[in-house]
Ligand binder design. Structure first.
Ligand SMILES: [Zn+2]
Length: 317
């Protein structure tokens, strides 16, 4: 896979040095680290140290055991949420396969998943694509993802980078996915412009995210109604209700805001819809979700549905 400098988009020498702007980027356990800035939770040196520890721990553990191990050494993630997130991470490949099928994204040449975490979607996509690549800002999660891919026998390129500054040349991918990522970005508009830059013409992009105005509790912090508050109040409200959590950095969007974001980046689309849902890790929900999936396209469902998705195209015609 060819990389360019994420900062100036100049060519890179060796592994990986940019002559044009003087930056260089290390490769850590086979994963290039092209980050220009860290994620909101820990700094780059601390993330690299944690990743080094996790790469080591992954030598003698399974993917499942690594999830438990991760949360056992991460005191700042509360146990009740760690349990929910673990169940979700384990179900991620099945959820991704369902989403890709529903979106009609089953084959192509090259797929990029922005915000790939442990790579569940890459495993689901690999059958239909020659090249699959995943970008995430957290090297610590990619360390666990590398093990997940190895266990699944899937060859995928993992890259540590900011969505706002991707290290790929223009027109590299005919399919781009981004699941539960846009709401975490420091600059979502820049992230979507980068997705558009690295997309071929034509290309398809699938973005899925929780709805700001969902009429169910927020799935990430398990609180009801966060999205209904003015944005400036949300961190204070979450801190008050969950004193054990990191500062709330999430910026959930409405369907209209998702449309705006993608169109401003240059994508064309019919409109953001209520996303189809499955929850293989929560079998009790099955019949409720079956019903929801039959009515999700009804008028105004995209206002109140728990999740949204946008299937958009880059096309010059
Ligand atoms: Zn450069």
């Amino acid at each position: 896979m060819t990389f360019v400098c994420p900062a100036c988009k100049g060519p890179l020498l060796g592994e990986y040095e940019c002559r044009a702007c003087g930056r260089d980027y290390p490769v850590i356990h086979g994963i290039p680290d092209f980050r220009l800035f860290p994620d909101p939770y820990i700094g780059i040196p601390q993330d690299r140290a944690k990743a080094a520890h996790l790469f080591e721990a992954a030598q003698t553990r399974s993917f499942r055991q690594m999830l438990d191990y991760y949360y056992s050494i991460t005191a700042e993630d509360p146990g009740d949420l760690a349990k929910v997130w673990t169940a979700h991470a384990l179900a991620e490949t099945d959820i991704a396969a369902f989403l890709l099928r529903k979106a009609g994204i089953e084959r192509g040449r090259a797929l990029l998943d922005i915000g790939c975490s442990t790579g569940g979607l890459l495993i689901a996509a690999k059958r239909g694509f020659e090249i699959v690549a995943g970008v995430d800002v957290a090297l610590r999660w990619l360390a666990i993802g590398a093990l997940r891919l190895r266990e699944a026998g899937v060859a995928a390129q993992l890259v540590c980078a900011n969505a706002e500054a991707l290290p790929f040349p223009v027109e590299s991918f005919d399919t781009i996915t981004s699941i539960d990522t846009v709401e975490h970005l420091r600059d979502a508009a820049a992230g979507m412009r980068e997705a558009h830059r690295v997309a071929t013409d034509p290309a398809t992009i699938l973005c899925a995210t929780n709805n700001r105005y969902a009429t169910l509790p927020d799935p990430q912090v398990h609180l009801w109604g966060v999205g209904w508050l003015p944005r400036a109040w949300q961190p204070g409200y979450v801190a008050w209700r969950r004193k054990d959590l990191h500062r709330y950095h999430i910026r959930m969007r409405s369907a209209r805001e998702m449309d705006q974001l993608l169109r401003d980046a240059g994508f064309s689309m019919r409109g953001t819809e209520a996303a189809p849902l499955i929850a293989p890790h929560r079998p009790k929900l099955e019949s409720a979700l079956d019903f929801y999936n039959t009515v999700r396209r009804a008028p105004l469902m995209n206002r109140i549905a728990p999740r949204l998705w946008s299937v958009a195209r880059k096309t010059s015609t």
